[in-house]
Design a protein around this ligand. Structure first.
Ligand code: DGL
Length: 262
């Protein structure tokens, strides 16, 4: 029996879309969440910086006795998942865009993947594409979209225009299945569905990752007993600035603190 928490992190509020699924899958776990808001977005940053930030945050979570680390960020996964797995003993669970289920589900044979530039340029993404033939997979980088989500603009004119521009080429080429390959984008799922229309299916991998967290913890005998179930949040940015969007995406009565400077 253990009350050790699970550590989850992202460049900002994107990983809350994964945290939500983990909370649903594992209601009794204590969850620690770090939003690296001072360094968001990761998508256009050099790899070395993402690696360094990922290690700093992992250390912070492990100091708080995290029994597993969840990289709730596709960009950080591509940049640093292997590094974390080499360095730490605890289970490290990372993201993978839902290309496999999308290829299985498409009827038109065309799948669109929305992600950051860094994710699309990563070796991990190339390997993922190479392992799933059987459909045409179109990759669309979406610079600027993470910033809209971080600003709390989930349906305003600017976000709408940006998204419409990114969806248009995919839809024009016949994509009927869209993969949200960045954890910020599920926060925009209602708008994406509205713009793409009812014939287009929108997939993300949050629920699959949450199931994977359960499996990995069960394997090592570290699932929580039937008590606990709290969340604690930290940000490397200004807590007062993050609070409103965090409250909107997660709910009220949030324990949010500033990440200690490194
Ligand atoms: N939410 C992240 C992802 O899944 C990071 C995006 C960013 O910071 O650019 O890729």
């Amino acid at each position: 029996m253990t009350l050790r928490p699970i550590g989850v992190f992202d460049s900002g509020v994107g990983g809350l879309s994964v945290l939500r699924e983990i909370r649903q899958e594992l209601p009794h776990e204590d969850l620690l969440y770090v939003a690296d808001s001072a360094h968001a977005p990761y998508g256009d940053k050099p790899l070395a910086l993402i690696e360094k930030r990922t290690l700093t945050i992992a250390e912070f979570l492990l100091e708080r006795d995290a029994k597993a680390l969840v990289i709730a960020c596709n960009t950080a996964t591509g940049a640093a998942a292997r590094l974390l797995r080499e360095r730490y003993q605890v289970p490290v669970i990372a993201m993978e865009p839902a290309v496999k289920p999308a290829v299985a589900r498409t009827r038109s044979g065309v799948v669109g993947v929305l992600a950051t530039r860094q994710t699309l340029a990563s070796d991990k993404f190339s390997a993922l594409l190479a392992s799933h033939g059987g459909a045409e997979v179109l990759a669309q980088a979406c610079p600027g979209l993470v910033e809209r989500v971080e600003a709390g603009d989930l349906e305003g004119e600017e976000t709408r225009a940006l998204l419409a521009g990114y969806l248009e080429p995919l839809l024009n080429q016949g994509a009927d299945t869209l993969v949200l390959g960045c954890t910020h984008y599920p926060h925009l799922a209602p708008l994406i569905s509205e713009l793409a229309g009812p014939a287009v299916e929108v997939l993300d991998s949050g629920a699959a990752v949450a199931r994977q967290v359960r499996r990995r913890l069960a394997e090592v005998g570290l699932l929580a007993p039937t008590r606990g179930g709290r969340e604690f949040f930290w940000t490397s940015g200004d807590p007062a600035r993050l609070y409103p969007i965090l409250a909107r995406l997660w709910g009220n009565n949030i324990e949010l603190a500033a990440l200690p400077p490194d």
